[in-house]
Design a protein around this ligand. Structure first.
Ligand code: PEP
Ligand code: MN
Length: 335
């Protein structure tokens, strides 16, 4: 941590800051310049509120130098983490893994049709939610546990793996036998109780970035899962809220890769918010280096019970998959 004192800070004020830092367990290095004193504080405390120092008399600015997330930080595993989903499918390697399917599981017929469509086009994982966190109490909230069984059966029939969202820790036990990846939705990115529970299991977790969360906050949330001993974490950029609607932060992909060793997925469906814009976002995500894609595809999007407007028609999905194959090969990857 670097503490820049004000130019007129008195010796007494400087000494008080040094004493404060020492009491907190930091080693302090002092650099006394002609007009300003700079203090360097070296220590292992990360649970530290910088504002405590900013409030001390004579302090001008405080900067954190080391990262507050030790386990998620790139230097923890510089070569990058590869999350094994099965013996043949891994996220974080050369292959860009495609996870696709409807927003929600709606019926046996719908999810089997969706599984057939996405597997034919080259997806490796079937997505489908059974517990839906919806903005409206009137909206469809998912099929619950009955939907889990259908999702698994449909995936198994077409040789796919399964990803589905967990919205409360009480659902985890029921989900474990049926899913290969537990998805944490944007609204739950800072549900620290849920994240801690996910740290106790050994199943891959896809952690979506909250709509107004910084990358640092996303990584601090990942740290909750990692610190419980579950190292199988996949980050996911799913679009953020800015002064414009539906903005996918493509820059989040290289940023997350620079800051963290964890693989990063992109969800262009939620990022674009409409199926006419989703294919462009999908291509951009692959070009930016996404390790996986989470795409909403529905056999009949106009009749979907959730997120129909952003779900691709089957032909659109096939088309974007073939375009993404070209982009992936240009950057030394496969789909
Ligand atoms: C979803 O993937 O269906 C979903 C609800 O996503 P998000 O949490 O990103 O809104
Ligand atoms: Mn959705």
């Amino acid at each position: 941590m670097i503490i820049a004192m004000q130019t007129n800070a008195s010796e007494k004020q400087i000494q008080a800051v040094i004493d404060h830092l020492v009491a907190l367990g930091f080693d302090v290095l002092r650099n006394t310049g002609a007009s300003q004193t700079i203090l360097g504080a070296v220590g292992t405390r990360v649970d530290f509120d910088l504002r405590e120092l900013e409030l001390l008399d004579g302090v001008r600015q405080v900067h954190r130098v080391s990262s507050p997330y030790k386990l998620a930080e790139r230097s923890f595993r510089p070569e990058g983490t590869v999350v094994d989903l099965s013996t043949r499918v891994q996220i974080g390697g050369k292959e860009v893994v495609v996870m696709a399917g409807p927003g929600s599981v709606e019926s046996r017929e719908q999810i089997f049709k969706a599984a057939e469509i996405v597997s034919r086009a080259g997806a490796k994982v079937l997505r489908g939610c059974v517990f839906k966190a919806r903005s409206s109490t009137q909206a469809f909230h998912g099929m619950g546990e009955d939907g889990l069984k259908l999702l698994r059966e449909a995936a198994d029939k077409f040789g796919l793996l399964v990803i589905s969202e967990v919205t409360e820790s009480s659902q985890m036990e029921a989900m474990m036998p049926f899913v290969d990846i537990l998805q944490v939705g944007a609204r739950n990115m800072q549900n620290f109780h849920l994240l801690r529970e996910l740290g106790r299991v050994r199943k891959p977790v896809l952690l979506k970035r909250g709509v107004a969360a910084t990358i640092d906050e996303l990584l601090l949330s990942a740290e909750y899962i990692l610190s419980g001993g579950n190292s199988h974490v996949i980050l996911c950029e799913r679009g953020i809220r800015t002064f414009d609607s539906h903005t996918m932060d493509i820059g989040a992909i290289p940023n997350a890769k620079r800051l963290s060793h964890l693989p990063i997925a992109a969800d262009p469906s939620h990022g674009a918010g409409r199926r006419d814009r989703a294919p462009a976002m999908t291509r951009a995500a692959v070009a930016a280096g996404a390790d996986a894609l989470l795409i909403e595809v529905h056999p009949d999007p106009e009749k979907a019970l959730s997120d129909g407007a952003q779900s691709l028609f089957p032909e659109q999905f096939e088309q974007v998959m073939s375009e993404c194959r070209v982009i992936a090969s240009a950057i030394g990857r496969t789909i």
